[in-house]
Design a protein around this ligand. Structure first.
Ligand SMILES: O=C[C@H](O)COP(=O)(O)O
Length: 333
């Protein structure tokens, strides 16, 4: 058992740290650094294999950690059949992710998710539904999920998403720039997208399941941070392989290296296929061990997830009552 991860999280609510984190301004593309980056696949896989089996968060602290996990969710709907009504229901869930009586029994109040994440067309519905809550709307812009529309249209989409009220923009990178080793093109594209975001924070989706190697994941992470990404994010949720622990380890170590070299903290968002409370706890342990408590706040960590909240609710209910409720009672989130 890992001693440092047995206690309750230091902050459970969405309360942000007192001092706002300075935004990563980016830096010039440093090709020597990019070329130096390696990823030792077998060592990474060995490290990850030890994680899920470890009882790193003790049972009596699990409820607190699960509440913490809720505060870090980008509650997401990204479906072709999304409707205003569905987005409104999702936003209601983001405002009150756990039933009031359960929250009271757990000694908490004022819990919300970290953000709501939608397609561009659904931004106005989400902004209206979240008015006065402080919960930001994140939009997947730039021709999500493939990112293969013309660059000027992708940049225009960002501008329109920000104008519509999105405070966070999840962009997708051009995978071909990574696969062809065209780091300058990736850097330039990312820098233009960051500029188009203005004051909105930008999360760079690497679509790691399509990047071929862990070394490519490490290099793409670094180049996106050099170009000013506020967050790096694993996946769209639409690739055949989405968030995994090995990819996460590579990305969070890239974040650590970037912080050590520049002093700027970049956020991390694993996304796609994270639907179980126990998996969320493994991710939180990994972040705590590799990056420390500071990264366990919503300004530096999010889960991109459409169905994780439902399982966390079931686990919290079990914690309180000793029984599981049926899955259909937690249909949203
Ligand atoms: O960015 C978030 C992902 O699209 C959500 O993926 P998921 O539906 O597998 O949870």
């Amino acid at each position: 058992m890992h001693e440092t991860t047995t206690h309750s999280p230091t902050q459970t609510t969405t309360q942000l740290p007192q001092v706002a984190e300075p935004r990563n301004p980016g830096m010039a593309l440093d090709m020597d650094w990019v070329r130096r980056v390696q990823a030792n696949t077998s060592a990474i896989e060995r490290r990850c294999a030890t994680l899920p089996g470890r009882r790193s968060i003790k049972k009596d602290h699990q409820a607190a950690w699960l509440l913490k996990a809720i505060s870090l969710i980008d509650l997401t709907t990204l479906s072709g059949d999304d409707t205003v009504r569905r987005v409104q229901r999702l936003c209601a869930k983001a405002r009150q992710p756990v039933r009031v009586e359960m929250l009271e029994a757990l000694g908490m109040e004022g819990l919300t998710t970290g953000a709501v994440c939608v397609y561009h067309e659904m931004i106005p519905a989400a902004v209206t539904a979240l008015q006065g809550t402080g919960i930001p709307v994140a939009a997947v812009s730039t021709g999500f999920p493939a990112g293969l529309s013309p660059l000027h249209l992708r940049l225009q989409e960002i501008t329109e998403s920000v104008a519509a009220g999105a405070e966070e923009i999840d962009i997708v990178i051009s995978r071909r720039h990574v696969l062809e080793g065209n780091w300058q093109a990736l850097y330039d594209e990312m820098a233009q997208m960051r500029a188009a975001c203005g004051t909105a924070h930008v999360k760079a989706i690497l679509a790691t399941g399509e990047l071929g190697t862990l070394r490519n994941v490490a290099r793409a992470s670094l180049v996106c941070m050099m170009a000013g990404a506020d967050f790096i994010k694993t996946s769209t949720g639409k690739e055949s392989v989405n968030a995994t622990l090995p990819v996460s380890l590579v990305m969070i170590r890239a974040i650590r290296d970037y912080f050590e070299a520049t002093g700027y903290r970049v956020g991390y968002k694993p996304a796609g296929g994270i639907s179980k409370a126990k998996d969320a706890l493994v991710y939180l342990s990994l972040i705590k061990e590799e990056l420390g408590d500071r990264w366990l706040q919503p300004d530096l960590f999010r889960f991109g997830a459409s169905s994780l909240l439902g399982d966390i609710e079931r686990q919290l209910e079990h914690h309180l009552t000793g029984a599981y409720s049926a899955g259909y009672r937690h249909a949203i989130g």
